[in-house]
Design a binder for this molecule. Structure first.
Ligand code: SF4
Length: 218
């Protein structure tokens, strides 16, 4: 995404040393940017492979996520942004991946993710997994919120689904995961339709029900 402000912000993110997670990273993983006013998928933090490659959602989880997105006609970076709440890999003492703490989520998320969201101004955020959800709704249990959408305090609609790594371990949930992505597509189309109607006074509301692909709007 060619945008001076987001490029400048990314430059700041990749040299950040504001917390101790700088010591466990190979590199900062700032995320991938799609179009503004679009869709933004948000995970928790880089794991081993993300940290090595500098790209969010790689390996088997990333492949499943890409397949789910392609099933609803979307491609990462071209059509949507993929970010993590935390930009540096949290590790255990023996260098395994570790679940980030609430304070780590809050510290990095408020420092960088909020700024990224402000510049990207997405129509829809999709949290992937319980930890990313916890950043937006600290008391939330993913089982209660999953497969539904919510209005955030900062005016962006949020949809909750599972982390692809969880689906790889619980393949019996694959049909439900497909339903979630169909739900994401339908919600996102509705939001884009609303935006298009609002921004064009001459547009007839008759066209709202027309079948369109997501990329028609991007
Ligand atoms: S985790 Fe976030 S706040 Fe901490 S060093 Fe990395 S980018 Fe900076």
């Amino acid at each position: 995404m060619a945008n001076d402000e987001i490029a400048k912000l990314t430059e700041d993110i990749i040299i950040c040393e504001a917390c101790y997670l700088k010591d466990s990273r190979t590199q900062v993983v700032p995320g991938l940017y799609g179009p503004k006013n679009g869709l933004c998928i948000i995970g928790e933090a880089p794991g081993y492979y993300e940290d090595k490659q500098g790209i969010p959602f790689v390996g088997r989880s990333g492949k499943l996520l890409d397949n789910m997105l392609s099933g609803i006609g979307l491609e990462r970076e071209k059509d949507l942004s993929i970010l993590n709440v935390i930009k540096c890999r949290p590790t255990t003492a023996d260098n395994n991946n570790r679940t980030p703490t609430n304070s780590e989520l809050k510290f990095c998320g408020e420092r960088w993710l909020f700024k990224q969201l402000k510049l990207l101004s997405p129509k829809l955020i999709v949290t992937i997994g319980s930890i990313a959800l916890r950043f937006f709704i600290p008391s939330a249990a993913v089982t209660k919120y999953v497969g539904k959408s919510y209005d955030t305090d900062f005016g962006i609609k949020l949809y909750v689904t599972y982390h692809p790594a969880y689906i790889l371990r619980n393949y019996n949930l694959m049909d439900l995961y497909n339903e979630h992505f169909e739900g994401i597509k339908s919600l996102y189309l509705n939001l884009l339709n609303q935006n298009k109607i609002t921004s064009d006074n001459k547009r007839s509301t008759k066209g709202q029900g027309e079948q369109k692909s997501l990329t028609d709007f991007l």
